[in-house]
Write a protein that binds this ligand. Structure first.
Ligand code: FMN
Length: 229
C-alpha cells in the first residue's frame, strides 16, 4: 500500500498523460511553428557597399528570412558615392531598419533571437571596434552580442594594402569568433562582369549560413575546367 503522499505507478502514468495533454493544448503543433531566419546586416563605410546591397536584395526574395539593417553614416555616404541607390532605397530592401545610434534596439540584446550577422562592407574602423569590443554604436554592439552568444558573425573587411595593425585586428576578431570573408575575387569562375564577382562572393557569404540562392558557380574539379588538354 502506498503511504500518504505517495502515488501508485498507475496514478503516476495518469498524471503524466494529463500533463502531456495540457502541454499539447497550450503549445502550437510543430507543423505550425514557422521558423523565420533572422539575419542582421550591418553596413559600414568601406568601399564595396554593393556587397551589403546585393545581400539585402537577395535575402528579400526569401520570405522565410527576416533582415534587420543597420548602416553607419559613412556607409550612407558611400552608397551615394559608389552606387545609383539612395540610402532610402537600400533601407526599403530590409524588413527592419535600426539607427546606428539606437543602442537600445532589440538587436542590441542577446535575448533577441537571431541567426547571425553579416557586416558588409566592414571598414577598418568598424573592424577595430568589433575586435576590441568597443560597442558604442549599434553595429558594433550587435556584432559583440553575436560573439558573446556564440552566434555567427561574418565580416567582409575591405582595405588594401594592409599594415600590421590591420592584420592584428583581423587576427583578434577571428580569435574572438568572427568569420573573415574579405571580398577577394574568385577568378576560377571566369567572371564576365563586376556583378558576377559580387554575386559569387555574396553567395559564398550566404553559404556560411547554409542559405543557397544559387549565386555561386561551384567548382567542378580541374578536369571539367581545364581547357588545354
Ligand atoms: C569613398 C570612400 C571609400 C572608403 N573606403 C574605405 C575602405 O575601403 N576601407 C576602410 O576601412 N575605410 C574606407 N573609407 C573610410 C571610412 O569610411 C572611414 O574610416 C569611416 O570613419 C568609417 O566609419 P564606420 O566604420 O563607422 O562606417 C572610405 C571612405 C570613403 C569616403
Amino acid at each position: 500500500m502506498p503511504e500518504e503522499g505517495e502515488f501508485t505507478s498507475c496514478e503516476i502514468v495518469l498524471q503524466l498523460l494529463a500533463s502531456s495533454h495540457r502541454l499539447m493544448q497550450h503549445s502550437k503543433p510543430y507543423s505550425e511553428q514557422v521558423k523565420l531566419v533572422q539575419l542582421i546586416i550591418g553596413m559600414s563605410g568601406a568601399s564595396g557597399v554593393i556587397y551589403g546591397i546585393r545581400l539585402l536584395q537577395v535575402l528579400q526574395q526569401d520570405s522565410s528570412i527576416e533582415t534587420h539593417l543597420v548602416m553607419s553614416d559613412s556607409a550612407k555616404l558611400n552608397i551615394a558615392v559608389e552606387t545609383e541607390f539612395s540610402s532610402k532605397d537600400v533601407q526599403a530592401m530590409a524588413d527592419h531598419v535600426h539607427s546606428n545610434k539606437d543602442i537600445g534596439a532589440t538587436i542590441a540584446s542577446g535575448s533577441f533571437r537571431s541567426d547571425g550577422m553579416i557586416i558588409a562592407p566592414c571598414s577598418i574602423k568598424t573592424l577595430s571596434a568589433v575586435a576590441n569590443c568597443y560597442a558604442d554604436s549599434l553595429i558594433v554592439r550587435a556584432a559583440d552580442v553575436m560573439l558573446k552568444e556564440r552566434r555567427r558573425l561574418v565580416l567582409v573587411p575591405r582595405e588594401t594594402p594592409l599594415h600590421t595593425g590591420h592584420c592584428e585586428l583581423l587576427l583578434r576578431a577571428s580569435q574572438n569568433g568572427a568569420i573573415l570573408a574579405p571580398p577577394m575575387p574568385a577568378h576560377y569562375i571566369k567572371p564576365q562582369s563586376v556583378e558576377e564577382l559580387v554575386d559569387h562572393h555574396v553567395g559564398r557569404v550566404l553559404d556560411l549560413f547554409d542559405i543557397d540562392p544559387g549565386l555561386v558557380k561551384r567548382w567542378q574539379g580541374t578536369r571539367e575546367n581545364a581547357n588545354n588538354e
